[in-house]
Ligand binder design. Structure first.
Ligand code: SF4
Length: 168
């Protein structure tokens, strides 16, 4: 029984892989986004930093790499080391404890680089605005090149925005 269930899951995963979810083409975006697209030429490696998220945005980011959304078909990958990344993907309001680590992680990313603020908390602190442990939005701590609204933004929306940076 367990074997059949596993086989069924594998078959479904193969079907999703064959027909991944549709993702919109991005708008050309700001000059900073256009510059990044020319520079990255179809390959965008991002280091993710959770600066104080509720983990809702993380669930959507994790889904980006699933067979359903398959962000890698657009050259978009998460990278473990900031030293090997083209930029940061930051979620959550920035807590007081994470302000320093966020700055240090950005310092480790080689220039030129981009910073993407994912979700309403990253953009303007969202539901955590005014909380005692919150330092501010991502833009209050490091320079931001692209903001992706939503609470949380769905994987297709995140991929559409990142395609602008990847140039795909
Ligand atoms: S934007 Fe919404 S889902 Fe994302 S960290 Fe904030 S509250 Fe959670």
């Amino acid at each position: 029984m367990m074997f059949l269930s596993t086989m069924r899951l594998l078959t479904l995963a193969r079907r999703w892989r064959a027909h991944p979810a549709a993702v919109e083409r991005p708008d050309p975006g700001s000059p900073a986004v256009r510059e990044a697209a020319q520079r990255n030429r179809g390959s965008l490696q991002l280091r993710h930093v959770d600066a104080g998220s509720c983990n809702g945005c993380e669930l959507e980011i994790a889904s980006m790499s699933s067979p359903v959304y398959d962000a890698e078909r657009f050259g978009i990958r998460l990278e473990a080391s900031p030293r090997h990344a083209d930029g940061l993907l930051v979620t959550g309001p920035v807590t007081r404890n994470m302000a320093g680590p966020l700055r240090k992680t950005l310092d480790a990313v080689p220039r030129p680089r981009v910073v993407v603020a994912v979700g309403d908390c990253a953009r303007n602190c969202g539901v955590f605005a005014g909380a005692y442990g919150v330092e501010g939005s991502v833009a209050d701590v490091v320079p931001v090149d692209l903001e992706i609204p939503g609470c949380p933004p769905d994987p297709a929306t995140i991929i559409t925005a990142l395609r602008g940076l990847a140039g795909t």
